[in-house]
Design a protein around this ligand. Structure first.
Ligand code: AMP
Length: 521
């Protein structure tokens, strides 16, 4: 029977292992080097931030914020948490007066403890907490007084009262709500404001890489912890060349990585004004309502919540309907239309090939004007490796000065997957040299030789225990070592070391200095 390991990586997360990690590193190195040549500097924001930051930036109505964030209250008040639990979840036998008394007792204990922690500034002093605590005090009084005349109350009234207690208790936050970041644009904008980056020469160009967290249904190319490489340009003039240069950098990056079958789609979704996107959305909603019956449940719901997202639909039977819908390009205001035309002209100037896709609306609330997406081969249905767009209002929405912004996020997992599907594997690299040492005399020399060779940049395997000659060679070939350096009594006495080429089985004698030169050659 298979020996089941007790712990496994959490669903939707995974270990990245060698040799794959070598490819990850190469991709990341390519980003560091290329982005630097375009004037970008790296930012490393924290992995968790106040929940409100993402709610505000990404949008409360989005799936990301509504369903997918890993969110928790940030506190260490286990006693208070334990005291709060039975009040949030009262397990009461309504016929048993002792249970009622127990609940009131629990409630009083919690309120007392809460007051102590509040005095010590350990719980958030929010208006929500204040009003929930006030309600709980009132309810405790009420239950206390009613309890005396319990026989006069019907079960339903008691039940309603407990529900009130539970509802008020659930409003209480023992710590500030924080979330694992589902994306990093909000963090970069927060940092731009927090560090007064508007004082720096504009625009400010920042890139980041690292893990993001979304509680999505895991499948190929979709994980709950996944990695993004992203870049943002904040501030500066209203220049379509900025959009085009960012996209040029992105396509150059994919090219340098060796990604195959990339396709760049672009669109403009205008800006939020009646003579632009708002007008278009109203028109779209009107047309969608006419065909509502023919649409699936998701699209029907989106007619009300976010009609643009209907254009994202992949449902087969909706495609012919969507094809007849009005297109945003015909409803852009003059400025947005001119901006879009200039972005395309600037892409042409840079020799960047693109396809226009009027249905590309992007899922997040903060986008405006330019949106773009890149797909690559070998990824099945999750074939988008990068999404991006302009978000001029976001910094201001987060409390900063009016600031232009545009950025992208590359899904690194998918990028790697596509590279691997395209045969861009990095072979596992064995050591350059395994040092087969025999005897304590040779061991001291072997340690020194390993240090010298490693200093010179060679990958060296120094067995930790003495191996018989045959075993050492066997280990060397198993590891895929190019050479075995043989150090026994003879070699130590003569100062002439034996180097065996494991591919050709040729052997030669070399002095320490000559060995280094030979390997370098
Ligand atoms: P978004 O931040 O949603 O615009 O996504 C940008 C890119 O991140 C997408 O094009 C994907 O390549 C990647 N991505 C988004 N969500 C996931 C996920 N759950 N797992 C893997 N990659 C993802």
């Amino acid at each position: 029977m298979a020996n089941k390991s007790k712990f496994q990586a959490i669903r939707g997360t995974r270990d990245l292992l060698p040799p794959d990690t070598a490819l990850w590193n190469r991709v990341e190195q390519t980003a560091h080097e290329l982005f630097t040549t375009y004037g970008f500097g790296e930012i490393r924001p924290p992995i968790f931030e106040p929940t409100d930051l993402f709610a505000r930036a990404v949008g409360g109505d989005t799936d990301i914020v509504g369903k997918e964030m890993y969110t928790f209250p940030d506190h260490n008040l286990r006693d208070l948490e334990a005291a709060l639990y039975p009040i949030c979840n009262p397990a009461i036998d309504l016929d048993d007066p002792k249970d009622l008394m127990a609940l009131v007792a629990d409630l009083r204990v919690f309120l007392e403890q809460f007051a102590v922690h509040q005095k010590q500034d350990e719980v958030p002093k929010t208006s929500e907490n204040a009003s929930a605590v006030a309600r709980l005090h009132t309810l405790a009084e009420k239950i206390d007084s009613l309890r005396l005349a319990a026989e006069d109350m019907d079960l339903m009234s008691w039940h309603a009262l407990f529900q009130e207690v539970s509802a008020a208790a659930k409003e209480i936050r023992l710590g500030d709500m924080v979330s694992l970041r589902p994306e990093a644009t909000a963090s970069v904008c927060r940092a731009y404001i927090e560090h007064n980056m508007q004082q720096l020469p504009q625009p400010v160009k920042l890139y980041y890489m690292g893990p993001m967290f979304r509680r999505e249904r895991p499948q190929k190319g979709r994980y709950r912890q996944f990695y993004q490489i992203g870049a943002e340009i904040l501030g500066g003039p209203d220049a379509p060349a900025i959009d085009a240069e960012l996209i040029e950098m992105l396509m150059t990056f994919f090219d340098k990585c060796g990604l195959q079958g990339t396709e760049l789609s672009i669109n403009s979704i205008g800006h939020a004004a009646d003579n632009c996107r708002r007008g278009y959305v109203a028109k779209l909603r009107e047309e969608l309502l006419k065909v509502k019956d023919k649409l699936g449940a998701d699209s029907q719901r989106r007619i009300e919540t976010n009609p643009l997202r209907v254009l994202d639909s992949k449902l087969e039977h909706e495609q012919p309907i969507i094809a007849t819908l009005p297109r945003i390009a015909d409803h852009l205001c003059d400025e947005c239309r001119a901006h879009y035309a200039a972005v395309k002209h600037n892409l042409d100037l840079r020799g960047v090939a693109y396809r226009e896709n009027w249905r590309l609306v992007r899922g997040l609330d903060y986008y405006m004007r330019t949106t773009f997406e890149i797909t690559a081969q070998g990824l099945g249905s999750q074939n988008a490796v990068c999404g991006g767009g302009r978000y001029d209002g976001l910094v201001e929405l987060l409390g900063g000065p009016p600031t232009k912004g545009i950025g992208f996020a590359i899904g690194e997992d998918r990028l790697i997957l596509s590279l691997q599907e395209g045969g861009k594997m990095l072979a596992a690299r064995g050591p350059d040299v395994l040092i087969a040492w025999m005897g304590q005399n040779a061991y001291a020399t072997a340690i020194r030789a390993a240090k010298t060779l490693r200093n010179a940049g060679f990958r060296v395997e120094l067995p930790a225990t003495e191996l018989k000659f045959g075993k050492a060679l066997e280990r060397a070939s198993k590891l895929g070592s190019r050479f075995a350096l043989i150090l026994g009594d003879n070699e130590i006495q003569s100062g002439e070391w034996t180097l065996k080429n494991l591919a050709t089985s040729e052997q030669q004698k070399l002095s320490e200095q000559a060995l280094l030169e030979y390997l370098r050659g």
